[in-house]
Ligand binder design. Structure first.
Ligand code: HEC
Length: 177
């Protein structure tokens, strides 16, 4: 299956090109973390397949769909999916920037303080953004499930969670002052 998939939809933290090797434990991003992207989304390209290979894979999966579906339908499907990949990555980036601001302002303790990045409220919400909501939205889009992409841990939750993260930070800042 892998040689027909241009994108790894279940991102850690962002959706990205599939790793070159099946052993993903060797992956390190520029910051030394075992992640295939930087916290701000830049892919750890050395470990991932490049744009040419992605295009080859995209064509292979399209040729499978084309044996039953018409050309316009197939093009439209992947255009929508690629748009979902872009917008969900952007929603994850927005959440990440709020988290970085919380660390910077001392409202939460993260990488800079040598603390866990998964144990505080705002960090758990950040994890929700990509592990639950962005991933679910992308799965729904890949499967043509338009309603699921909104209601089943989808876009509704992506935007609600950002509002909650921002408000948490505002309240917490008032606390710190
Ligand atoms: C063996 C034939 C076949 C292949 C290959 C195939 N499909 Fe389908 N697909 C169908 C049939 C049959 C339906 C149901 C059409 C209906 O209910 O009117 C369908 C429906 C769908 C639907 C639901 C459409 C809707 O309006 O709800 C999606 C999404 C879909 N296919 C995606 C794909 C994708 C993506 C691929 C390629 C990875 C693919 N299909 C390959 C036969 C196929």
């Amino acid at each position: 299956m892998n040689d027909r998939l241009p994108w790894r939809l279940f991102g850690v933290v962002y959706a990205h090109a599939h790793p070159k090797a099946p052993n993903t434990s060797i992956i390190r991003n520029k910051s030394g973390l075992p992640l295939p992207t930087e916290l701000l989304g830049e892919p750890a390209s050395g470990y991932l397949t490049g744009p040419e290979e992605q295009e080859r894979r995209q064509d292979r999966i399209k040729s499978v769909c084309l044996s039953c579906h018409g050309g316009g339908w197939v093009e439209g499907h992947f255009k929508r999916l690629n748009n979902t990949i872009r917008t969900t990555n952007e929603m994850t980036l927005t959440a990440t920037k709020i988290l970085l601001e919380a660390w910077e302002k001392g409202a939460a303790k993260g990488i800079g303080q040598g603390e866990s990045i998964f144990d505080e409220t705002i960090e758990r919400k950040w994890v929700r953004q990509w592990l639950f909501y962005s991933n679910s939205t992308r799965l729904a889009s890949a499967m043509g499930g338009a309603d699921y992409g909104v209601f089943a841990n989808g876009r509704w939750y992506l935007s609600e969670n950002i509002a909650e993260m921002m408000e948490w930070l505002e309240f917490k800042e008032k606390d710190v002052r």
